[in-house]
Design a protein around this ligand. Structure first.
Ligand code: 3DU
Length: 211
């Protein structure tokens, strides 16, 4: 029903490679963000990409267009196949990320609504809906939507057409994979897998939901 995206939020290279190798058969992509890149260096991306698993850069890129281009060009040169951007800097900033992604044969996802409780302070009152319209206008490949609020995923799905939804919040944040998997294109799971004594076994828990 959905891809399983491992959010590899460990901070040491050795742990990252051990977990990624152990889970390689049981996940469809790996999401890497600041914790791992700041802890292990950007070179970790090439090490992980060499395992043959698509890599998503969760840097929530949010700057002026020129800086976004510089950041995204580095992301794709490092071996990532997708980047996650924030929408709030505006359409030109998102376009910069989309153009860099597509120039490199990659994808750009935009955060439409976050999964934690405090997200509702600013991701409310039509803002996620406006972000979805921006995603369509800018040609971005999809959105990030909260597994902790399946009703919101359904509402946002109606606004983005064929574009994809990647959804964090399953597992440690309480999202239910049985409810979320049919709604999304990728289910993002971090602590429930990398924090388990046996990460591969923990990843296989999600096997019934994978397409
Ligand atoms: O809660 P987990 O340990 O399964 O990790 C979720 C990951 O997804 C983590 O890297 C977090 O930074 C990211 N994320 C969200 O949790 C919620 C969002 O709205 C966007 C990204």
């Amino acid at each position: 029903m959905t891809d399983l995206v491992l959010s590899l939020d460990v901070t040491e290279r050795a742990s990252a490679l051990r977990i990624a190798r152990a889970c390689a058969e049981d996940v469809d992509a790996i999401k890497v963000g600041y914790p791992l890149v700041l802890g292990a260096g950007l070179g970790i991306a090439r090490d992980l990409a060499d395992l043959g698993i698509p890599l998503i850069a969760d840097f929530k890129v949010a700057d002026i267009p020129n800086t976004n281009t510089l950041i995204c060009d580095q992301v794709f040169a490092a071996g990532f196949s997708a980047v996650i951007a924030q929408a709030f800097p505006g359409p030109d900033s998102v376009v910069a990320c989309v153009e860099s992604a597509h120039t490199h044969g990659g994808e750009c996802y935009v955060v439409a609504e976050m999964s934690h409780p405090g997200a509702l302070t600013f991701f409310s009152e039509g803002v996620p809906e406006a972000i979805c319209r921006l995603v369509v206008e800018t040609g971005a490949d999809g959105i990030i939507a909260p597994a902790t609020r399946p009703a919101r995923i359904r509402a946002l799905r109606d606004l983005i057409g064929e574009r994809k939804i990647l959804s964090p919040g399953v597992g440690a944040q309480g999202g239910d994979p049985a409810e979320v998997a049919p709604l999304v294109d990728g289910m993002i799971v971090g602590r429930a897998i990398y924090g388990a004594a046996d990460p591969a076994a923990a990843a296989r828990v999600y096997a019934p939901y994978r397409r």
